[in-house]
Each structure stands twice: as C-alpha cells, then as structure tokens.
Design a protein around this ligand. Structure first.
Ligand SMILES: [Zn+2]
Length: 307
C-alpha cells in the first residue's frame, strides 16, 4: 500500500455562481491538471465521490436546514443565501458529492484500504454551520466525514484547519464534542470576522495580516504539536484551504508552497506517530488558480510520503 485515495467528481464543477465569483468550477480542474502534469496523478487511486445521503448530512446538519436548501433550490438562476453564497440548480448535487467524498474517504481509511485520502471537491464546507450556509459553503464536508467516523466507533478525532479563513461552521458544529480536537490557524480581519465561539476542544491561533510561513511554523510548533501528541488522535481530518498563499486575493497572509509542504510533513509525522498514518484531507478554499494548484499538489505529494 504505497498510494493514497483520490476522490473527486465532475458534478463538483456543475455548481457555478457566475464568472465573477471566486469559487470557480475551474478550481477542481486546476488541481487535477497540476497533479497530472507533475506525474502525481499516476500515483493516486481514483474514486468517484458518491452522493452523501440525507442521514449522513443530518448527522451534523438539522433536517430543517436540509429541507430548506432543497425547497429553495431554483430551476433557473440563483438564490442568494448570503451576499456571496448562491444556490443554483446544480448546487446540491455538487454539495452532496463533496460531502459524500468525505464519507467515502472515511470508509476507505477506517477500513485500512488506504492510510490517506485527498478529496478534490467543491463547494467548500467549513463555514457551513448546523443550520446555516455561508462563505460559499452549504454542507460542512469535513464535519459530515467526522460524524461518519464517530458513528463508526472512532472516539478520538483531530481536525486541523489551515484555511486562511476561520472555520466558524466547523467550530459551531464541533464545539463541546470532546471526542474531537479542532486546531486552526487563520488570519484576523477576514471573513467571517467576529470572535470564534471557543469550545474547550478548540485550539485557535489567529495570525496578523501579512504573517508569513514563520508565523505558521511557530503556531504549529508552539500550539498544535504538543496538543496533538497529548490527544493521540485515532484519525486526522484536514480542512485543506490554500488561500493563505501570498498571491490569493481573498487572503492577507504570505505563505509559500514550501510552507504547505512543511505543514503537511508535520501532520504526516504526527499521524504516523499516533494513528497509523491515517489522514483524510478535504479541499476548502484557495482562489488563485495557479497558487491553489501548486499548493494542493505539494500537499498531495506530502501525503504520499512516509506511507
Ligand atoms: Zn478560505
């Protein structure tokens, strides 16, 4: 077993909120193309992401919210759910594929068919709370995967979220769930603004605007690694956003591809120490197509090492 699972689906490109919107369908294709031209795609086992079921979604979202989304889905055009999150006729099928990828990745990893999985999917998920869409997110993909793992009897799960934006939806869903330890880095003065609703199972490191990879390394070394070593997760989920790259217009940090490589190495080493290397990584943000593709590729390359 010297490969990892790679989950994606063409339906993830069908959700299109218009040519001016940062969350372009091309994001998924740009990553796949980069994996192809770097030769990494040949080293991955491909899976078509299934549709998440109602039961899988309502393990962390309210049934009323799921019904609301279904009722509001238009036949034509777009329905705004907040100022930059729009339901289109194809949104929910894409969102079910994205959440379904996290579920299937969880099954593959927990069954020990693969140590690690990467889900190249959209729409992203970490701003979706139990009963509210927002920040381009509809279903909280990584939380759907985590609740699937909890239902499968896993009871120590770590979630690392390194998107430049705070994963407020994940935090709202997981706060107080002591089987899960959530660790985040994110930038101040960005969406979703406001103070995070701190749970005792949350370790947040907010970074000043302009912070570079040195700040990331300090955050990980000072705040994450000891906590992870103490918690000893049985599996690690990653909310993998790549919008802290210096060229990303939606972020305000200065990370480089080598920072994502370093971070991935740290997480792989931690996973190898504590949980047989088991990592499920799910795409979140990253809106500069070239930077997104490069950073996602170095992340996947890191996941392929030390298997
Ligand atoms: Zn983001």
């Amino acid at each position: 077993m010297n490969t990892i699972a790679y989950l994606t689906h063409p339906d993830c490109l069908a959700h299109d909120m218009g040519p001016q919107h940062p969350d372009q369908p091309e994001r998924v294709r740009a990553i796949a193309h980069r994996l192809l031209i770097t030769g990494l795609l040949d080293h991955l086992d491909h899976f078509a992401a299934p549709l998440a079921t109602d039961a899988q979604i309502t393990a962390c979202h309210s049934p009323e919210y799921l019904q609301f989304l279904q009722d509001r889905t238009p036949v034509h055009g777009m329905v705004p759910l907040d100022e930059d999150t729009f339901l289109t006729p194809h949104t929910l099928v894409a969102a079910r594929r994205a959440a379904g990828a996290a579920v299937m990745a969880t099954d593959l990893v927990l069954a020990k068919k693969y140590q690690r999985a990467f889900c190249n999917v959209r729409p992203p998920g970490h701003h979706a709370s139990r009963s509210q869409a927002g920040g381009f997110c509809f279903f909280n993909n990584v939380a759907v995967g985590i609740y699937h793992a909890l239902a499968g009897g896993i009871n120590r799960i770590a979630l690392v979220d390194f998107d430049v934006h705070h994963g407020n939806g994940s935090e709202e869903i997981l706060a107080g769930e002591n089987r899960v330890l959530m660790l985040s880095t994110y930038a101040r003065q960005l969406y979703p603004y406001g103070q995070p609703a701190l749970g005792g199972n949350m370790i947040n490191v907010d970074l000043a605007a302009g912070a570079d990879g040195t700040a990331l390394r300090h955050a990980v070394e000072r705040h994450w690694l000891a906590a992870l070593d103490q918690f000893r997760p049985q599996v690690l989920f990653i909310s993998a956003g790549f919008d802290a790259h210096f060229q990303d217009d939606l972020g305000n940090l200065q990370w480089l591809p080598e920072d994502y490589a370093w971070l991935t190495q740290q997480l792989v080493a931690m996973a190898n120490r504590h949980c047989d290397g088991r990592i499920i990584s799910v795409l979140e943000g990253g809106y500069n197509l070239e930077a997104l593709a490069r950073c996602a590729a170095v992340h996947v390359q890191g996941l392929l090492e030390h298997l």
